[in-house]
Design a protein around this ligand. Sequence first.
Ligand code: ZN
Length: 414
Amino acid sequence: MIMSSFAYIACTCCGKEYKLDTWQQRCSQCRGELEVRYKFAEPGAVRKEFLSRKRSRFILQRYSCCLPFNFKRLNPALSLGEGNTPLIRAAGSNDLGIDIYYKNEAVNPTGSFKDRGTIAGIHRAISLGVKKVGTVSTGNMAASVAAYAARAGLECFVFVSKNIKEHKLASIIAYNPTLVKVEGDYGELYYRSLELGMQEGVYFINSDDLFRVEGQKTAIYEICEQLNFAAPDYIILPVSSGGNMAAVIKGLEEMHAVGLIDSLPQVVGVQAAGCRPIAASFAEGELNIKRFQNPRTVAQAIANPCPPSGRRILRKLLQGKAGFILTVTDAQILAAQKRLAKEEGIFAQPAGAAPLAALEKMVREGILKKAEKVVAIVSGSGLKDLSVINTAEADILESDFAGLRAILIRGKGV
Ligand SMILES: [Zn+2]
């Protein structure tokens, strides 16, 4: 943080303010979502600092002018190389007539965007003096927190639902956290983990932790830099807890406030039709979230029936006009996953392909106009869940040596 900025914590719901060094993850007054806010005394100085482009590969250092950390206390040795992900202009899917870019977050160290937020959360935990961290997650975030805790030499606790499918555990246990299958309401576990953690000195870096959100904002900074500060018309991303969508909106608003971008793109959140608690409230113009009953989708990474930052997102969309929410079906998600791999060479997990499915829907419905510029965020790697790939349906040939020449000549006719 440079001298021209001053950071503090505020409740996005009731406005109550806290000092930056207070260990507070939800509002003590209303249980609302907290966020870090900045008083940019001199926006011009922040802009200049940002554009001076100190080319550190360590994202917390590179974007320190817009982050709530003491630069001197940042520790590059804790980094696993998160961020610095490519923004790839569409090749094949260009036939939609839209100027599409994919922000490929699948190439982060543990295969998802979560790593940006985790490195920030780990620094926050260390600044509070704790030696233990935790998370409530069933996938991407659990692996990410466990990996970064291992790197930092911190003890790590991962709380998962008792009903978790065994194949999802492999990428978590590799990092050797204390893994606990918890019986009981999974939505409530989020709040219990924060309470217990504060009492016992364990910093839970959950999905919408306010410092995680700060780290995840850096994807937006990179996108703006990669587009030479010509903001796109739309940014599309999958939505689960609402934490990452909050990060995207916040990052854009801050870039706009200091004059780094001239316009604010519409932010489009994508939920699966089979688990759409935020989309359901949005459609009704309702600011509260109702728990989504019987969630069912192939996009496991966004199957959160009770998103803890849902209300915050609804306020931004319904009152702030920051964007909107779309739903896509599992069939549309799986088709987009295939297309993204086949035409672009990007293998996304189903949630990561959901933005392309939404983009196709926006074209069909006339929301997107020709030549508009869209960034789709590919949130995680397809290697995370191979169970959705049906190898029996694949076109796999068999041959002896004698048959190989004919196959090479014929090919697939690309
Ligand atoms: Zn509050």
